[in-house]
Design a protein around this ligand. Structure first.
Ligand code: ZN
Length: 76
C-alpha cells in the first residue's frame, strides 16, 4: 500500500516519514550521534539473534535526537 513511504518519523512532533528501511526522517537521522548510529546498524545486522539489542539501540538514538531538540527549541 505505501511501498514508497516508510514508517512515520518517531521523533516527537515530527510529521515526516522515514525512508523505507530507515529509522527516522533524514534530517533527524543526521542528528543521531555517530556511536548510536553505528549501534543501530550493528544491532540491526544481528536483529534475528538479538532483537532486544536493536530495540535498545533504536530507542537510544531516538532519545538522543529528542534530547538535542529539547535543548535547542521549546523555550524560544
Ligand atoms: Zn523526523
Amino acid at each position: 500500500m505505501s511501498a514508497a513511504i516508510g514508517a512515520p518519523c518517531p521523533i516527537k512532533d515530527c510529521a515526516k516519514h522515514a525512508k523505507p528501511g530507515h529509522l527516522m526522517c533524514w534530517p533527524h537521522w543526521r542528528r543521531v550521534p555517530k556511536a548510536l548510529n553505528h549501534a543501530v546498524f550493528d544491532t540491526f545486522a544481528n536483529l534475528r539473534n538479538d532483537p532486544t539489542a536493536y530495540i535498545q539501540a533504536k530507542d537510544a538514538a531516538i532519545a538522543a535526537v529528542e534530547a538535542k531538540e529539547a535543548a535547542e527549541g521549546g523555550a524560544a
